[in-house]
Ligand binder design. Structure first.
Ligand code: ADP
Length: 543
């Protein structure tokens, strides 16, 4: 027997309509290349999103057109988030830091009809446009005065186009499983793979994100998504903030300028931010040097790679900011777990607390987890057994977009995340490593994340990474790679000593090397693949 409740589809337009009715005057503030601090209201934003939908009709975009963006976080990108998806079309957010070949591959693979772009990316597009013959035109997201001087087929001006459209647009009803957006994973090996989100999954993920044990978003918050809008829908903030009526503050192209970020936080009343650990390193450094603080920021979601213990403690002890350590991935929309206390862990102190806060947290309701060994046998949640971390649920991808063959990551209805993890009795996940980054020494596994946490707690270390390098006796041994202002034997010895008592003796890295900077991926994570390549000729002193 079916229930007798209204069968309203879960569509993004309902988030938009709710925001228009209930939070119309809430502000969206953006730094853009053509405005130092642009501001308008949710009502203004969504009126322009409706213009975007009308514009797409007029441009002749097909009913399920992929409309690409190559843009930073700002108000125009937000208008496209709603204007494209609510019209039933699919917003394909492209990471502008990808290599040219990858850009060409994903534009053609997604069959993008139109590309909306920030002026700064005009040369990038001009260089690849000839290899993307099916793109019907390019729209520069700026006003007529700032149009780029480049050769692009059918180049149009966003503001001029929008000025010619009306706000009057009744967004259609359709099946909630209709695709809403598309994001390619960076693909460290092979081609990038497309993850195709639906309205239903995005709305459910948005509800979950706003829960108290997730980001706990409310109408009193002001959100600063530093995580780019081309990286898994900026972790869902553009939807969640609109849903609850939280002010949105966008850093535009300034997402790696610590001073601008701190200005935005303090001047715009930002209460919650979100970004990968690497964006916070220069911010914390700037705060130490300038003596400024982060008021009124009270929490920040950090994920995408393991948040170092030293960062969690510095935020807490120096700035009264709680780090909400989260874990997820493009294939998971992206949030899977968030580290929030429960009745037992809330009372932890000292070493127990330190060991706890580095964990990636408990699954959001809607995300089911399990760890399995090499034979696929499920492992207990005892905080000691580890295995491949697998997930399932309504906002986890069931397959990749138009792949030639079904993905190997999907087994018996579960998605294999490619991460190795432990889960404790309270359901807190601790990621050991990515499967491909795990260090295998004498048949046993060593967690590079744990070693990095210890190294990063030394005040002279700016950034650190541990990679497994070949060793004739042990198969692999950990090599610690460090960025510091004071390289040398003294620091190396101090760092190695620092591991004593913190990790098992046989985990301690065999050597320390100093570098000017670590290689990062297009999403700002340390690229262990490149690091291992860079040190392929390295030999351990005892090898
Ligand atoms: P890519 O890095 O390929 O662009 P994602 O952004 O989807 O793709 O990255 C997902 C991966 O990032 C996870 O599988 C995991 O390895 C890593 N990751 C994300 N959050 C954390 C975290 N808090 N701690 C450790 N690893 C994390």
């Amino acid at each position: 027997m079916l229930g007798l409740m209204m069968d309203t589809p879960l569509l993004l337009k309902h988030i938009a309509r709710h925001a228009e009715r209930n939070h119309a005057t809430r502000e969206v503030v953006s730094v853009t290349a053509d405005h130092p601090r642009h501001r308008y209201t949710f009502a203004d934003s969504l009126a322009r999103a409706r213009r975007v939908s009308n514009l797409l009709d007029r441009l002749g975009a097909t009913a399920d057109a992929r409309i690409a963006t190559l843009a930073w976080n700002d108000f125009r990108h937000l208008e496209l988030y709603y204007g494209v998806s609510c019209s039933g079309r699919i917003l394909h957010t492209i990471n502008p830091r990808l290599f040219a070949e990858q850009l060409v591959y994903i534009i053609n693979h997604a069959d993008d009809e139109w590309i909306f772009f920030d002026v700064a990316f005009a040369p990038l597009l001009a260089a690849v446009a000839a290899q993307c013959p099916r793109v019907k035109g390019y729209v520069a997201m700026t006003g007529a005065a700032h149009m780029p001087d480049v050769e692009l087929p059918n180049l149009q001006c966003y503001e001029t186009l929008l000025a010619g459209e009306s706000d009057d647009c009744e967004w259609p009803d359709f099946d909630e499983r209709t695709a809403s957006s598309l994001c390619y994973t960076s693909g460290t090996t092979g081609h990038p793979k497309g993850v195709l989100y639906s309205h239903r999954n995005t709305v459910l993920h948005t509800y979950a994100m706003t829960m108290p044990d997730a980001a706990s978003l409310s109408a009193l918050d002001a959100v600063l998504p530093i995580v780019p809008m081309f990286h898994v829908n900026a972790w869902g903030y553009p939807y969640a903030a609109m849903m609850v009526g939280a002010k949105l503050v966008f850093p535009g192209p300034s997402l790696s300028q610590p001073e601008t970020l701190v200005d935005l936080i303090t001047e715009e009343g930002v209460t919650i931010a979100g970004g990968v650990p690497t964006v916070w390193l220069p911010v914390l450094d700037y705060l130490r040097r300038s003596g400024r603080n982060l008021k009124p920021l009270n929490r920040t979601v950090i994920g995408g790679s393991a948040c170092p213990l030293s960062m969690i403690e510095e935020f807490r002890d120096s700035y009264d900011v709680t780090v909400l350590h989260g874990w997820g991935m493009t294939e998971m929309s992206p949030v899977g777990t968030v580290n929030r206390p429960n009745a037992r862990t809330a009372g932890l102190e000292g070493e127990a607390l330190r060991a706890h806060v580095v964990k990636q947290g408990r699954p959001l309701p809607g995300v089911e987890l399990r760890i399995v060994d090499e034979d696929g046998v499920e492992q207990p949640w005892d905080g000691a057994s580890f295995g491949a971390l697998q997930v399932r649920g309504p906002w986890i991808c069931s397959d990749y977009y138009e792949l030639d063959e079904p993905s190997a990551a999907h087994v018996d209805g579960w998605f294999d995340t490619g991460d190795v993890a432990m889960i404790d009795a309270d359901g807190y996940v601790k990621i050991t490593d990515r499967t491909k980054d795990v260090i295998k020494s004498g048949g046993e596994w060593i967690s590079s994340i744990d070693l990095e946490n210890v190294a990063m707690s030394h005040p002279a270390v700016r950034e650190a990474a541990v990679v497994g390098m070949p060793h004739p006796k042990w198969q692999e041994r950990p090599l610690l790679v460090v960025v510091t202002d004071t390289p040398g034997d003294a620091l190396a010895a101090e760092l190695l000593e620092g591991f004593e008592g913190q990790v098992a003796k046989w985990w301690i890295p065999n050597d320390v090397v100093f570098v000017d900077e670590l290689p990062h991926t297009a999403t700002g994570k340390v690229s262990k693949l490149n690091l291992r390549k860079r040190f392929e000729d390295y030999r351990f002193p005892d090898a």
